[in-house]
Design a protein around this ligand. Structure first.
Ligand SMILES: CC(C)(COP(=O)(O)OP(=O)(O)OC[C@H]1O[C@@H](n2cnc3c(N)ncnc32)[C@H](O)[C@@H]1OP(=O)(O)O)[C@@H](O)C(=O)NCCC(=O)NCCS
Length: 311
């Protein structure tokens, strides 16, 4: 096997490299869709200093990566063909984090990562909040239906302000801004033709559904989805999601996935909505926690830049 080298994340081209691993190992037991990665990295601007990120490469391709959210959370992806790298990513995380309590979220089906976590002394956390991973084959998709005066369509070049506005109202208080959404739109594999909205009679966007397409695996991912509070339970999310799913199918997707948060007060409607749309759960996230052995020399509040620079 080719030797493994390690390097720091340097910018958007490296996100593309991290996405290439997600795409190469895509299966029902891998935790990340390429669209999820783009959305998570670009939806908020100015957070790079909070996010130490390292890539492991072998033979010209990414075989593992770790993405820390300081002070103490880790997201990681490890090629199941190189399971030994899971421990290396965890060791780097333990050295990089500044919190006393470390948290790592993985998919229950990622057995090679779960095994490494258990070997390094992490235990399953008790939080009731987790992500359900749901999927649906893109067959028998009904036509979207909206109430009179509403229209369902994909976004155009002049829609940025209204597109950001519907997101910010749904997720208030939200850190998504026009510049950060522009970065989302510039990220691979965003396509405006897969970014769907319902326009209300007064011109506002009342609901939205963005679907990301992984062309290689024929899988679309819904992220995010929302309806303005005053328009809820009128079938708008159902309609805008159906329009997005149909457009992804037209563009080559055979299947779609969505990762709703469960037991979170902001997302109470998500699970029933996706069930109504025909999605069924196939996996869930687990959060493992552990106390950090080496405590940083200064309390974080006394030395914030120190915490950010430790890589
Ligand atoms: C989840 C959300 C998008 C639903 O939008 P909506 O436009 O109200 O949904 P719809 O009216 O199209 O609902 C379609 C079906 O989903 C189910 N559903 C939707 N919201 C529900 C809720 N709060 N409780 C129970 N069932 C619900 C119902 O089966 C509904 O059909 P019905 O009204 O005929 O019974 C909206 O509540 C929202 O924006 N929430 C905050 C953001 C969020 O959680 N987004 C999803 C995760 S990314």
């Amino acid at each position: 096997m080719p030797a493994v080298t390690r390097r720091d994340y340097t910018g958007p081209a490296d996100l593309r490299a991290m996405q290439s691993l997600a795409q190469r190992i895509w299966s029902k037991s891998s935790s990340l869709h390429v669209g999820d990665l783009a959305w998570q990295r670009f939806q908020h601007a100015g957070r790079e200093a909070e996010w130490p990120t390292v890539l492991w490469e072998a033979g010209g391709e990414v075989v593992a990566w770790g993405w820390v959210s300081l002070p103490g959370e880790l997201a990681l992806l490890v090629d199941p063909a190189r399971p030994e790298l899971a421990s290396e990513v965890l060791a780097w995380f333990e050295d990089t984090a500044s919190a006393a309590e470390l948290a790592v979220t993985v998919l229950d089906a990622e057995e090679h990562v779960v095994a490494a976590l258990e070997r390094r002394g992490y235990a399953l956390g008790q939080s009731p909040v987790f992500h359900s991973y749901m999927s649906r084959l893109l067959v028998d998709l009904p036509e979207p239906v909206v109430p009179g005066g509403f229209t369902v369509r994909s976004v155009g070049p002049d829609d940025l302000a209204r597109r950001v506005s519907v997101h910010r109202t749904v997720w208030h208080p939200s850190r998504v801004t026009e510049p950060s959404y522009r970065a989302v739109m510039a990220a691979w594999p965003y396509r405006a033709g897969l970014d769907w909205v319902v326009e209300a009679p007064d011109g506002r966007f009342a609901a939205q559904c963005l679907i990301w397409l992984d062309e290689r695996n024929g899988v679309g991912e819904l992220e995010p989805v929302g309806t303005l509070p005053e328009f809820r339970r009128a079938g708008l999310a159902r309609a805008v999601c159906l329009a997005a799913l149909r457009s992804a199918h037209h563009a080559g997707a055979r299947e779609a996935v969505v990762y709703p948060v469960l037991n979170h007060p902001k997302s109470a409607g998500a699970l029933p909505l996706y069930r109504d749309l025909g999605f069924r759960p196939y996996a869930r996230t687990l959060t493992f926690t552990r106390t950090r052995r080496r405590i940083p020399p200064f309390p974080e509040s006394a030395s914030p830049e120190g915490a950010h620079r430790r890589t």
